[in-house]
Ligand binder design. Structure first.
Ligand code: 5GP
Ligand code: ZN
Length: 140
């Protein structure tokens, strides 16, 4: 899609520090890294969000991301990594070409866990929530 930054990177029309190029996926360093080695893995094809991607493409993207994450961790000598997706504006998505973040983690880097992205106050009735969510599997 013309005008999409990540389509331009996938097509080699915008400079990026690529670290892996697969048939359907590309991985490159994030321009504003959270930690050294912060990498983005994207599908070559334009999908604005993960929700738009066919299940098969999601599978390929995650397979590539898992492989890339192991290599990044090893190369960086990192102690672990966070892998995540900001899916939708309210979740913090800024670039609307689906992508997976791989953030290598280092001892004492001062970062938090995936649970630090949001916090709810008060308790919810988990069984009530589970019933509501289960219905989404039968209605689609
Ligand atoms: P989002 O919030 O959409 O999940 O994250 C988008 C990410 O893309 C951000 O971490 C941002 O630093 C990165 N980014 C934005 N523009 C560019 C760019 O032109 N090149 C690269 N390599 N990364 C970018
Ligand atoms: Zn795109």
């Amino acid at each position: 899609m013309s005008g999409c930054l990540f389509c331009q990177i996938a097509q080699g029309q915008r400079p990026a520090h690529n670290i892996f190029e697969g048939e359907g996926t590309v991985a490159f360093l994030d321009i504003l890294p959270c930690t050294p080695g912060h990498t983005l893995v994207i599908p070559r094809h334009h999908y604005a969000t993960l929700s738009e991607m066919p299940a098969e493409e999601v599978g390929k993207l995650f397979q590539a991301a898992a492989m890339v994450a192991e290599r990044v961790q090893a190369a960086m000598g990192a102690a672990g990594f966070n892998m995540g997706i900001n899916n939708g504006k309210e979740a913090g998505q800024e670039v609307f070409h689906a992508h997976i973040h791989i953030i290598p983690r280092y001892q004492g880097d001062g970062g938090g866990s995936m649970k630090s992205v949001a916090r709810m106050s008060g308790k919810e009735d988990l069984e009530q929530l589970a019933t509501k969510i289960r219905q989404a599997f039968t209605s689609s």
